[in-house]
Every structure is written in C-alpha cells, then in structure tokens.
Design a protein around this ligand. Structure first.
Ligand code: PGA
Ligand code: ZN
Length: 394
C-alpha cells in the first residue's frame, strides 16, 4: 500500500505495528494479520464483482469511521485486489471494468519535476511540488515525451546555475533555492530550452502542501525568511498566477484554515483549479462540506486517504456531479502498482499526478497509461486543454 509523508490529519488510519525492534516501528504484521484473519473470514464466499458490497462488509467489520480497527492499509489492499480479480474474471482491462466502454480519455499527466518541503527535508523550496502539465500535446504518449525532455532540459538549466540535481521523494530536483518562485523560473527556462512554449503548450501546477509550514496561524516561508498571514498568502498566489502559467494550485492553504480557503477561492477560483488534499482527505463527507461552503473547486483523490475503492469512486462522482475537478494522485511513498492509472481513465478524471519521469514506482503509472492508450488505439482521446474545471489561460 502507498504511504504519505505530508498527510492530512483526517486521513484513514494506516495501521503500523509500533514494535521498535522491527522496521523502526513501521512493520505491518498486524495489518497483514487482519487480512489473513478477520477480513478473510468475512469475505470468503462473496462475489468479487460486487465491489460495493465487499467494501461495505469490511467497513462494517471495522466499525470505526476512520478504519482504526483493521487499518486502511489492510482494507484497501483487499479492496484493490478484489477489484483487479473481478476485472480479470470479466476478462476486461481494469480501466474498462471500472469505466465501461466510454472510458477512452487519457489524462494530462502532472509531473512533479521540482521537489521541496518535507519531500526534500526542507533543504529546497518551502513549496512541496512544482509540476509541469503538457496539455498541448496531441496525445498521452507525446505528452510524456515532452515532459521527459523538459525534465532533462531542466536538469541542465540547474547545472548551468551551479545547483544540485539530486532528487526528492517524488523524483523531482530539489536544489537549495532562496524563494518559492525561483523553481518556477527554472521550470519555464527548462520548458523553453526543450523547445516548448510555457503556458501555451505546457502549464505549471503547484502543491505547496502548506499545512506543513502553517504554524500558529502564520505561513512560515523558510526559504524567503518571512511569515505570511492567510490574506498575504492569497496575494502571494495571485501574483504567482499573474507572473507564471499556473493552471492549478493544490493545498495553497492549510487544512485547518477554512476561512483562508474561502478567500482564496473567491480570488482565484474563477481563474484556476484549486484542489483540496489535506483538507478533504478524499473523504466524501468532508468534500460535501467543502462544496457546500464554496471553499475550492476540486479535490485530490488518493485511495489510501479514505481506504476503499468504493468510497474513492463516491468521492470522484461527488466532485463530478458538482462541477468539481477530481485530481488523482500517487503518494510520496509508493509501490509499483499502477491502479491509479486505470482509475483515472476509468472514471474519466482528466488529470493525474504521479511524480517525475524518474524512479520506477512513478514511471510505472505513466507506462500503464501508455499501455492503455495503445490498447484503445484510435478510440483514445487526450484531455489536453480540457483537463481542469477552468479553461487553460494559455
Ligand atoms: P504525500 O504527498 O504523499 O507525502 O502526502 C503528496 C501530496 O501532498 O499531494
Ligand atoms: Zn498534496
């Protein structure tokens, strides 16, 4: 199961053994025991094609709102395996089993090519993720080629500036920088160096993961040596959006700063996609509250934040019904499993983020999307400029 480093406080419980003599307390023998014990007993004889029923049985067996008894890692592992098994039994590719014959649209990949924050041990920028979105490409495969070329061009831009090119948790470069707009300047240079037009062909997306640097009501920008209020953060983003071709900001404000979010959405929500990650935790009930309070216009979708396939589908559908975007995501701690690639096409989410074009566990998702595109043949389409709830500004 995947695992995050910058987690929302309301995520479902990831059950770890806490035994300091094994894996520094991070062992999962209890979770595995729950799969082989009570979950197995409850599910034997059930029909794997009844995903909702299977998940319901596990939720009832767990009996808590946050999967604290059995562990979201135990429940999700089974939920995903059951889904795959049912697709296999139906002799369908996973994306088609999930989405039916209409599942033909490939997402715009968002590649996190510069890492900061906790993903780079606070050595680089405060903002956690700087992503490129090659929305102008004609298809997914080309989009991935563009992004890979930009990644390599960025590497040489950074080397020319005598910066480190070691990578962070999600494969992006993580050099020491003195501001949070410096990475944006490097990325624009990289896009141009690779022969593409920033904004017109390739956009930028940010995940500051700001809950990580929000303390005592202030946003602490260590790289810039200053502290900002929510209002000042909103102005900071307004300027960034004016200066750079940013089409999406995720977790611009902290998970407990709902008033700040309302302000941010009022200022920028008509212009760009504002995605809630830590604030919603892929939880349909919290997303519903966010929709009702107009605090964003999209939710991040991470299977392990909520802990079952059925609830993840509910979250995505809730977004769709309310004109919200659903941005599918990997975790900083990943496996080579590529379920999220099929999920994104199956549920027609239009965009996903799964790291830099580096490190096998990231690349595997992109490879699977290329396999899906190949399998669909001429029926495949590419979300391109329609990947967000707001039009690309160019
Ligand atoms: P995480 O980061 O997997 O470390 O939580 C990803 C994100 O914040 O989107
Ligand atoms: Zn995030």
């Amino acid at each position: 199961m995947p695992s995050g480093a910058s987690t929302g406080s309301r995520e479902a419980v990831e059950l770890r053994d806490g035994d300091p003599s094994r894996f520094g307390g991070k062992g999962v023998l209890k979770a595995v025991g729950n799969v082989n014990g009570p979950i197995r007993e409850a599910l034997m004889g059930q029909d794997a094609r009844q995903q909702a029923r299977i998940d319901e049985i596990m939720l009832a067996l767990d009996g808590t709102p946050n999967k604290a008894t059995l562990g979201a890692n135990a429940i999700l592992g089974v939920s995903l395996a059951v889904c795959r098994a049912a697709a296999k039994a139906a002799d369908l590719p996973l994306y088609e089993y999930l989405g039916g014959p209409g599942a033909t649209r490939l997402p715009v990949p968002h590649l996190n090519i510069m890492n900061g924050g906790v993903h780079a041990r606070w050595q680089g920028a405060d903002f956690q993720e700087f992503m490129i979105a090659p929305h102008g490409a004609p298809n997914f495969r080309e989009a991935l080629r563009w992004a890979s070329e930009i990644y390599q061009a960025l590497r040489s831009v950074l080397m020319e500036a005598h910066l480190e090119v070691g990578v962070g948790d999600e494969g992006g470069f993580a050099p020491k920088v003195s501001s949070n707009h410096a990475p944006l300047e490097f990325i624009c240079k990289g896009i141009e160096k690779a022969g593409f037009k920033p904004g017109v062909e390739v956009g930028i997306a940010l995940d500051p993961a700001s809950s990580e640097f929000h303390k005592d009501g202030k946003y602490h920008l260590h790289a810039e040596n200053r502290q900002l209020s929510s209002e000042e953060m909103v102005s900071y983003y307004e300027k960034l959006v004016r200066d750079f071709p940013i089409g999406l900001i995720e977790d611009g404000l902290a998970e407990d700063d709902w008033n700040g979010w309302t302000m941010l959405n009022a200022k920028l929500g008509h212009l760009i996609e504002l995605v809630g990650d830590d604030i919603f935790c892929t939880n349909p009930a919290i997303i519903a509250e966010g929709i009702q309070k107009h605090i964003a216009n999209a939710a991040l979708i991470k299977l392990n934040q909520i802990g079952s396939v059925s609830e993840t589908i509910q979250a995505i559908k809730l977004c769709g019904k309310n004109g919200w975007g659903a941005f599918v995501s990997h975790r900083s701690g990943e496996t080579v499993d590529s379920f999220i690639a099929d999920l994104t096409v199956g549920l027609d989410c239009g965009h996903l983020k799964t790291g830099a074009p580096a490190r096998g566990e990231r690349v595997e998702k992109y490879n699977q999307l290329m396999r899906i595109e190949h399998h669909l043949g001429s029926a495949a389409t590419y979300a391109g400029a329609h990947c967000y709830v707001r039009p690309i500004r160019g």
